[in-house]
Design a protein around this ligand. Structure first.
Ligand code: ATP
Ligand code: MG
Length: 320
């Protein structure tokens, strides 16, 4: 559905998107992540033919972004970061106007406008002048607009920015629904949301792709992911640490005081084996009292922060 190869964008001399390559298959919902200024919007604008690329290749829905811009724009539902709207029109009027621009015939136009108004829960705002809409409702109008032509591919740039928590939940539900019939590429800073709606993420830092994969895989790849954390009370902490380190499958054990004099935290890094039972048994033999024992779950946020930090180091070392 979307195929991108070495896509590049220079703004003057500034390299905003640096030879990115990725694919999005039919039916996938892919999240585009990255810190502010990473190049997400730039990449999205190139893919939706709202801005020419400097180099590289890309096709969307089988159409080439360089030579078939019109077809790309027709076959993609695009919701930009800041939805440009005709301020003096009413919501319904605006969507009808957009439907006409998209070449929908009069009969189809009205049913389609009704449908998207319903889906985006705009029914009670249909006659409101756009200028007087709140930010969240403007977002909904933008999404309704993107859905008008029932496009196969939806490209959404921060679709839930500015929405209140209730609306975010609604929007998430809507995106999940859309995902069943459309291929979706969306950028977002709201990681729990990305985690709920996306099957895969592509992460950009400073114009480059630094990660591309399934969310659980990426989370599992971060340092310390899946460590077993053990909080226990007892004596000879370092001896216990060494004994834990000698357990089968254990790579490393870090010991730290846990606030009270004989209370300690052991962070056990393994080769992937589950050592919880063996660790508990060992502590019982050594007359330790276990207070807590669990496997640490890494979050997408940790992954994000770690990736950004890593890139900072790489840059400092001149390895970019
Ligand atoms: N028209 C432009 N002219 C010059 N530089 C630009 C232009 N548009 C964007 N940039 C620069 O390109 C880089 C990427 O911007 P872009 O808007 O793509 O980032 P983003 O990942 O969407 O960030 P955000 O999370 O803040 O939306 C930034 O450094 C930005 O300042
Ligand atoms: Mg952006």
């Amino acid at each position: 559905m979307i195929e991108v190869q070495d896509l590049t964008k220079y703004y003057g001399a500034f390299l905003a998107v640096d030879r990115i390559s990725f694919e999005v298959a039919e039916g996938e919902v892919v999240g585009l992540l990255g810190p502010n200024g990473a190049g997400k919007t730039t990449a999205i604008r190139m893919l939706t033919c709202f801005m020419p690329a400097s180099a590289g290749r890309a096709t969307v829905n089988g159409f080439d972004i360089f030579s078939q811009g019109l077809q790309v724009r027709e076959s993609v539902g695009y919701m930009p970061e800041n939805v440009p709207l005709y301020e003096d029109m009413r919501v319904g009027e605006y969507l009808t106007f957009r439907a006409r621009l998209r070449g929908l015939g009069p009969a189809k136009r009205d049913t389609r406008v009704d449908e998207v108004i319903q889906r985006c829960q705009l029914s009670d705002r249909r006659r409101q002048i756009i200028r007087t809409l709140s930010k969240g409702y403007r977002q909904r109008v933008g999404l309704a607009d993107a859905l008008l032509a029932d496009p196969k591919v939806l490209i959404l740039d921060e679709p839930t920015i500015g929405l209140d928590p209730g609306q975010i939940r609604e929007a998430r539900k809507l995106i999940q629904e859309l995902a069943q019939r459309h291929t979706v590429l969306l950028s977002s800073h709201i990681l729990p949301e990305v985690e709920q709606v996306c099957s895969r993420i592509i992460m950009l830092v400073a114009g480059r792709i630094v990660a591309n994969g399934r969310i659980d895989e990426l989370k599992g790849s971060i340092a310390g992911a899946g460590a077993t954390v053990l909080e226990a009370r007892g004596s000879d902490a370092d001896g216990t640490r060494r004994a834990l380190a000698a357990l089968h499958g254990v790579k490393k054990v870090d010991l730290s005081p846990a606030g009270e004099s004989d209370l300690f935290t052991f962070a056990i890094e393994t080769d992937g084996s589950d050592v919880r039972e063996a660790a508990a048994a060992l502590l019982a033999r050594r007359n330790w009292t276990v207070r807590d024992l669990h496997r640490a779950k890494s979050t997408l946020e940790e992954f994000f922060v770690q990736k950004v930090a890593e890139q900072g180091l790489f840059k400092a070392a001149g390895r970019r």
